[in-house]
Design a protein around this ligand. Sequence first.
Ligand code: C5P
Length: 314
Amino acid sequence: MTARFEDLPAQFTVRAPAKINLHLGVGAPREDGYHPLLTVYQAVGLHDDVTVRPAPDWSVEVAVPDWMDAGQLPRLEDNIVTRAADLLAAHHGVPRTGAVDVVKAIPVAGGMAGGSADAAAALVALDRLWGTGTTDEDLLRIAAELGSDVPFALIGGSALGTGRGELVQRVEDAGTWWWVAVPSDRGLSTPQVYRHFDELSPHAPAQPPPADDLIAALASGVPEALAAALHNDLQEPAIALRPELGDLLDRGEAAGALRGLISGSGPTCVFLCSSPDHAREVAATLADPDGGGEHPTVLVANGAVSGAHLVEYA
Ligand code: C5P
């Protein structure tokens, strides 16, 4: 006998992307301790998948690939997925229930907003599971409460981020961009990198300046133009805290990448390439132990890709 659709248990998988900050301009800290940002985000094709099923209570299981340090994952109650569920449940006055499985492919504590991706995916998936029909506006507001990068994980593509990064608007992007990403085996604390930025930049402006060159380069679709415009104010403090990242950026550029850049607050390093073949060559060189490559994991991803979206209805 064939089961009818409505007889099957509801299960939804939502996929959410990693981000790279193509431009990250940081100002002097605000009264609330956050830094004013002017950033241009790009969503790239490394994804975490969040699957939710009905359950009488609440559970979150996280699966990570071999190369990722599971020790860096937060405990259940501190997990951003649980915080996302709490905020959404409170918003609608419904109980927090469900069995959640997170399959990670975005480096943990890597500067690619993996936790933010999980939060965005959880919001979209649980909204379906609970039938709460949250408006886009409310989802974005709840996302902003969860973290500065979470609204961007919802919208994806390429976008300008202002405020503390949570105010997002799409920007024109005419290219398909190819990236090599090299995660680190140890995470880097975002607050620590921001604190070191404050020490190195005591005269940072109240508002970071516009990123007109970067925005024009994105609209041009030309990889060399984008390479020349990439900029990250957190790169210097991240390298000061982890000098080996500077060596890695040099090695990627020596391997032929158009440009190396620290992703967000690091420590993941990303390298812009001109084509899929070029990205594969750069990745192979960086991964080659005989060529001095001591990075067992080298990833290739393209951008821009979509924000959090349903990939499976069952
Ligand atoms: O917003 P989110 O929780 O992702 O931020 C994590 C930490 O990064 C903050 O507690 C803060 O130390 C730092 N941060 C900041 N300014 C921003 C974004 C993040 O200082 N615009």
